[in-house]
Ligand binder design. Structure first.
Ligand SMILES: [Zn+2]
Length: 192
């Protein structure tokens, strides 16, 4: 299983957040630079949920929360249930696997990454819904380090980094296992 693809809905939601952060004049240098990922679940066009995370230990979470609150209740994605992935709290560092994902294969050790995508995917798995889309953007005043070469006129969309891509199948397998447990499928398998 691979990472969910970019969809019209995931792109629209993350574009809206980027536009709001820009309009609000949120700083995009230094410690504020980060990737921002949205994972959407449910219907591919009208998602049930949108789970939003950031990379890095220090991010624009306060401004992002405001932007998400502005999205909720407005427009075609106003009915989506929005969730922001919280900091782990340990030394202010966001651990993408802080809710118990196994760390074999040294997933988050390689390169010392604290990527946005794994955090959003893991958090999304806890709801049990099918994941239908994922989009990531770069929030920074320097060049997007992982620009997506497709459908990216403003240059803000980003691909998962090489560590995430290397671990994609392994990670998604575990995300799917967690999702099925959340969904209750493991119990239903024994039903007659
Ligand atoms: Zn990564």
């Amino acid at each position: 299983m691979n990472f969910p693809p970019r969809t019209r809905a995931s792109d629209a939601i993350i574009r809206n957040l980027h536009a709001q952060l820009t309009a609000a004049g949120v700083a995009s240098g230094g410690a504020n630079r980060c990737m921002i990922t949205v994972v959407v679940t449910g219907d591919v066009d009208v998602p049930r949920r949108a789970i939003i995370s950031t990379s890095g230990p220090r991010v624009v979470q306060g401004a992002l929360r405001t932007a998400i609150n502005n999205l909720a209740g407005h427009g075609i994605y106003g009915g989506v249930a929005y969730t922001i992935v919280h900091f782990s709290g340990a030394n202010g560092v966001v651990n993408p696997l802080n809710s118990g994902m196994a760390t074999q294969d040294h997933y988050h050790v390689q390169g010392g990454r604290h990527c946005a995508e794994p955090k959003a995917l893991e958090a999304a798995s806890g709801f049990g819904d099918r994941m239908t889309g994922m989009s990531t953007i770069w929030w920074g005043n320097n060049a997007n380090p992982y620009p997506d070469p497709s459908n990216n006129p403003a240059g803000i969309f980003a691909l998962p980094c090489e560590v995430c891509q290397t671990n994609e199948v392994w990670f998604m397998k575990r995300v799917e296992e967690r999702r099925m447990v959340s969904k209750g499928a493991a119990r239903r398998a024994f039903d007659i």
